[in-house]
Write a protein that binds this ligand. Structure first.
Ligand SMILES: N[C@@H](CCC(=O)N[C@@H](CS)C(=O)NCC(=O)O)C(=O)O
Length: 203
């Protein structure tokens, strides 16, 4: 297998972490998005969205990070990251969709305005966009904060894809200045994710 990624991207870091957690053999190639390497013709044939992460497994090409993580779990059938129990699986899936549709998109506004624009575009952050991103962040962070009370992990008693998926967006919390102060449960839970060997080695 071969995974195309970009090191600073939360979307690709969670996939790399899952690869490491499952000890799967995979070549990892970085595309430099700041140089537009995702627009190369060969890569566009793999992913017409010109986005990383993108996985190639023989003649099978897969994009969308949460789908890639689920596929990787199918390569290591006894793992607990993606339970075989239908209700547990649905619960994990709920958080993957929630990350993609709500929490991650709120974080992405602050990442774009405060990190991407500064590092790669030499542009100023748009304060109105940041205000909208912060409002959305509070709306969804409150849900996660309540959910995490009394829990070590998002679903059940052990780490699952839900933790890798949602946790990947906390990675840039400081750099993108998320308004984290009220969210002590999120900070406590994310420190659990940060202690995972696969998380540490996925940078
Ligand atoms: N929903 C996608 C999002 C992937 C994504 O946003 N990738 C960004 C980097 S974080 C990208 O490759 N952007 C390059 C571009 O849009 O040209 C996933 O979860 O895989």
């Amino acid at each position: 297998m071969k995974l195309y990624h970009f090191p600073i991207s939360p979307n690709s870091r969670r996939v790399v972490a899952v690869l490491h957690h499952l000890h799967l053999d995979c070549e990892i190639e970085a595309l430099d998005l700041s140089k537009g390497e995702q627009m190369q013709a060969d890569f566009l044939k793999l992913n017409p969205n010109h986005m990383i992460p993108t996985l190639v497994d023989g003649d099978f090409v897969l994009w969308e990070s949460n789908a890639i993580m689920q596929y990787l779990c199918s390569k290591a059938p006894t793992n607990a990251l993606w339970s075989a129990n239908p209700r547990v699986q649905a619960d994990i899936n709920r958080w993957l969709f929630w990350q993609a549709a709500h929490f991650g998109s709120a974080c992405s506004v602050m990442i774009f305005e405060r990190v991407i624009k500064k590092l790669f575009m030499s542009a100023e952050a748009d304060l109105q966009e940041i205000a909208k991103g912060e409002e959305r962040f509070h709306r969804f962070a409150q849900v996660l904060e309540q959910h995490l009370k009394g829990r070590e992990w998002i679903v059940g008693d052990a780490v699952t894809l839900a933790d890798f998926s949602v946790g990947s967006f906390l990675d840039l919390a400081e750099m993108a200045q998320y308004p984290m102060t009220p969210y002590t449960e999120i900070a406590r839970w994310y420190s659990n994710v940060q202690q995972l060997p696969a998380w540490k080695s996925s940078v």
